[in-house]
Design a protein around this ligand. Structure first.
Ligand code: HEC
Ligand code: HEC
Ligand code: HEC
Ligand code: HEC
Ligand code: HEC
Ligand code: HEC
Ligand code: HEC
Ligand code: HEC
Ligand code: HEC
Length: 371
C-alpha cells in the first residue's frame, strides 16, 4: 500500500517537472515573449518597402500597394514604442516571403487583422459579438475590422481630437455622419470641440457595437440620453432642463416603456421613446425651425403614431414641463384648482363625519346617563 503511494508521488513529481520544462521551452520559442535571436531590423524590410512603386498583383487582378511610410510608422503608437515590423509580421523572416493566399485586397485585410489579437486580445474578445464582427462572419466583407478604423501601420490615439471618432465612422456611414454633423450634438463637437456632447461611440459603444434596430435597444435607449440629460452639472452650462427623464417616465409613453424594459426587455413596443419625437442623428435645438418638436412641426411628429390627431392634440400635453402660470397656465390652474378643491372637499367630508360621530356618541352617553 505504502509503496504504491510512494511510486504515485514520484510519478507525479516527474510529470510536473516535465510539464514545467516543456512549458518553459515552449515559452522561449514564443516570438512575443522572447524574440528569436536573429532579429530583423526594420531597415531591412524598409529597404524594399519604402519604395513607393512596390506593388503586387493578386489573383483577382487587383493591385496591392506594398509601400510603408517610414516616418508615419515611426510616429505611430507602435513606432514610438520601437516596435519591429516582425513583432506583427511574425511569419516573415526575410525574403523571399511565403506565398500569399488572399484572392483580393479585402481578403488580404480580413486575413491580416487577426495580427492585432496577439497583443490586444481584450479588445479582440470584446469585438467578437459586435455587429461588425457578426457581419464579417456572415460574409459581409464591408463591415469594419481593426485596420479600417485604426490602419495597420499608422495607428494613433483614436479619440484625439475627439472629432476623430465620428470621422472614423464617416468612412462607411457617411449619410449618418452628415445628419449628425448638422445636429445639435454633432455641430457642437465639430464646430466648437464641445466635450459634453455624444460622439457615435457614446451611444453605440466602440468595439462591442450592438444592433441598434432590436426591441431591446429601443427600450433601453432613453437611458442613453438620460446619462447626460439628467446630469445637472453638464446641463446647467446649456440651461437645459434635467427634468426630461422624470417627466417622460411619468408620462403615458415613458411609463409603459419603463415597465416593458423591466418585464419584457425583448418585446417590441409602439410607445414613443426619446428619438421618436426628437430624431436620432438629426436632433435639433427645440427652437430650431427644423426641430421635430418645435410647435410648427410637433403635430406631424405626433401623427406618426396618432394619425387622427388634430392641432389641439399636442397642445393638450405638457411635454417635459411641470405646468406653471407661464408654461401651460390652463393645466396649471386646473391642477391648482384640484389641489385646493380636493383637500377642501375631502377635509369637509371628514369633518362632517367626525362631528356627526361625536354628536351620536354624546347623545348615547346622555341617554345612558338619563336612565
Ligand atoms: C528584398 C526585398 C524585400 C524585403 C527585404 C522584404 N520584402 Fe516584403 N515583399 C517584397 C516583395 C517583392 C513582395 C511582393 C510579394 C512577394 O514577392 O512575395 C513583398 C510582400 C510583402 C508583404 C505582403 C505579402 C505577404 O507576404 O504577406 C508583406 C506583409 C511584407 N512584404 C512585409 C515584409 C516585412 C515585414 C519585411 C521585413 C521582415 C519584408 N517584407 C522584407 C520585398 C521585400
Ligand atoms: C502593429 C502591427 C504591424 C506592424 C508593427 C507592421 N505591420 Fe505591416 N501590416 C500589418 C497588417 C495588419 C497588415 C495588413 C494591412 C491591410 O489590411 O492591408 C500589414 C500589411 C503590410 C504590408 C502589405 C501592404 C499593406 O500595407 O497592406 C507590408 C508591405 C507591410 N505590412 C510591411 C511592414 C513593414 C515594412 C513594417 C515595419 C516598418 C510593418 N509592416 C509593421 C501589421 C503591422
Ligand atoms: C506586438 C504587440 C502589438 C500588436 C501585434 C499590435 N499592437 Fe497595438 N499597441 C501595442 C502597444 C504596446 C501599444 C501601446 C500601448 C499604450 O500606449 O498604452 C499599442 C497601441 C495601440 C493603439 C493606440 C492606443 C492608444 O490609446 O493610444 C492602437 C489604436 C492600436 N495599438 C491598435 C492596434 C491594431 C489595429 C493592431 C493590429 C493591426 C495592433 N494594435 C497590433 C502593441 C501591439
Ligand atoms: C468601428 C471602428 C473600430 C474598430 C472596428 C476597432 N476599433 Fe479600436 N477604437 C475605435 C475608437 C473610435 C476608439 C476610441 C474609443 C474612445 O476613446 O472612446 C478605439 C480604441 C482602441 C484602443 C485604445 C483604447 C482601448 O480600448 O484599449 C485600442 C488598443 C484599439 N481600439 C484596438 C482595436 C483592435 C485590436 C481592434 C480589432 C479587434 C479594434 N480596435 C477595432 C474604433 C474601432
Ligand atoms: C469599413 C467600414 C465601416 C466603418 C469604418 C464603420 N462601419 Fe459600422 N457598419 C459597416 C457595415 C458594412 C455594416 C453592416 C451593414 C449595415 O447594416 O449598414 C455596419 C453596421 C453598423 C451598425 C449596425 C447597423 C444596423 O442597421 O444594424 C452600427 C450601429 C454601426 N455600424 C456603427 C458604426 C460606428 C459607430 C462606427 C465608428 C466607430 C462604424 N460603424 C464604423 C461598415 C463600417
Ligand atoms: C445620441 C445618440 C446617438 C449618436 C450620437 C449616434 N447614434 Fe447612431 N443610432 C442611435 C439610435 C438610438 C439608433 C436607433 C435608431 C432606430 O432604430 O431608428 C441609431 C442607429 C444607428 C445605425 C443603424 C440604423 C440606421 O439608421 O442605419 C447606424 C449605422 C448608426 N446609428 C451609426 C451611427 C454613427 C456612424 C454615428 C456617428 C456619426 C452615430 N450613429 C451617432 C443613437 C445615436
Ligand atoms: C412625445 C414626444 C417626446 C418624447 C417621447 C420626448 N420628448 Fe423631449 N421634448 C418634446 C417636446 C415637444 C419638447 C419641447 C418642449 C417645449 O418647447 O416646450 C421637448 C424638449 C426636450 C428637451 C429640451 C429641454 C430644455 O430645457 O430646453 C430635451 C433636452 C429633451 N426634450 C430630451 C428628451 C429626452 C432625453 C427624452 C427621453 C427620455 C425625451 N425628450 C422624450 C417631446 C418629446
Ligand atoms: C454625452 C452626453 C449626451 C448624450 C448621450 C445625449 N445628449 Fe443631448 N445634449 C447634450 C449636450 C451637452 C447638449 C447641449 C449642446 C449645446 O447646446 O451646445 C445636448 C442638447 C440636446 C438637445 C437640444 C436642447 C436644446 O437646447 O434645445 C436635445 C433635444 C437633446 N440633446 C436630446 C437628446 C436625446 C434625445 C438623446 C438620446 C437619443 C441625447 N440628447 C443624448 C449631451 C448629450
Ligand atoms: C412612436 C409612436 C408615438 C409617438 C411619436 C407619439 N405617441 Fe402618444 N402614444 C403612443 C401610443 C402607442 C400610445 C398608447 C395608445 C393607446 O394605448 O391607445 C400613446 C398615448 C398617448 C396619449 C394618451 C391618450 C391616448 O390617446 O391614448 C397621449 C395624450 C399622447 N400619446 C400624446 C402624444 C403627443 C402629444 C405626441 C407628440 C408630441 C405623441 N403622443 C407622440 C405612441 C406615440
Amino acid at each position: 500500500m505504502r509503496l504504491r503511494w510512494i511510486s504515485f508521488g514520484i510519478a507525479l513529481l516527474l510529470s510536473t517537472t516535465a510539464a514545467i520544462l516543456f512549458t518553459s521551452v515552449a515559452r522561449a520559442s514564443d516570438p512575443n515573449d522572447a524574440p528569436p535571436p536573429a532579429q530583423i531590423e526594420n531597415q531591412v524590410c524598409l529597404g524594399c518597402h519604402s519604395n513607393r512603386n512596390l506593388t503586387m498583383k493578386l489573383p483577382s487582378g487587383e493591385t496591392l500597394s506594398l509601400f510603408t511610410d517610414q516616418a508615419a510608422f515611426n510616429a505611430s503608437a507602435h513606432g514610438r514604442q520601437g516596435q519591429r515590423c516582425t513583432a506583427c509580421h511574425t511569419n516573415l523572416t526575410g525574403y523571399p516571403h511565403p506565398p500569399v493566399t488572399a484572392r483580393d485586397v479585402r481578403d488580404f485585410s480580413i486575413q491580416m487583422y487577426a495580427i492585432c489579437r496577439q497583443c490586444h486580445d481584450k479588445v479582440y474578445q470584446q469585438s467578437i459579438d459586435s455587429i461588425h464582427a457578426k457581419d464579417i462572419a456572415a460574409g459581409n466583407r464591408n463591415a469594419a475590422i481593426c485596420t479600417d478604423c485604426h490602419t495597420a501601420h499608422y495607428a494613433g490615439k483614436p479619440s484625439e481630437p475627439r472629432s476623430r471618432i465620428p470621422q472614423t465612422c464617416q468612412k462607411c456611414h457617411s449619410t449618418i455622419y452628415n445628419q449628425y454633423r448638422e445636429s445639435v450634438h454633432g455641430a457642437a463637437l465639430l464646430d466648437q470641440s464641445n466635450p459634453d456632447v455624444p460622439t457615435c461611440v457614446d451611444c453605440h459603444g466602440v468595439h462591442n457595437i450592438g444592433d441598434p434596430t432590436t426591441a431591446a435597444f429601443r427600450l433601453k435607449s432613453p437611458e442613453i440620453c438620460a446619462k447626460c440629460h439628467t446630469d445637472k452639472a453638464r446641463m446647467r452650462k446649456y440651461n437645459i432642463s434635467t427634468n426630461v427623464m422624470n417627466t417622460y417616465v411619468a408620462d403615458f409613453h415613458g411609463s409603459t416603456i419603463e415597465l416593458f424594459e423591466k418585464q419584457a426587455p425583448n418585446q417590441p413596443t409602439n410607445k414613443a421613446v426619446c428619438y421618436d419625437c426628437h430624431g436620432v442623428h438629426d436632433i435639433r435645438q427645440i427652437n430650431d425651425p427644423k426641430s421635430t418638436v418645435i410647435k410648427e412641426n410637433l403635430l406631424k411628429t405626433c401623427q406618426q403614431c396618432h394619425p387622427d390627431a388634430t392641432a389641439s392634440f399636442p397642445a393638450s400635453w405638457t411635454s417635459h414641463f411641470d405646468a406653471s402660470p407661464t408654461k401651460y397656465p390652463a393645466v396649471y390652474y386646473v391642477n391648482l384648482f384640484y389641489t385646493i378643491f380636493i383637500p377642501v372637499i375631502i377635509g369637509g367630508m371628514l369633518g362632517f363625519v367626525a362631528l356627526d360621530f361625536a354628536r351620536r356618541l354624546l347623545n348615547r352617553f346622555q341617554k345612558s346617563g338619563d336612565a
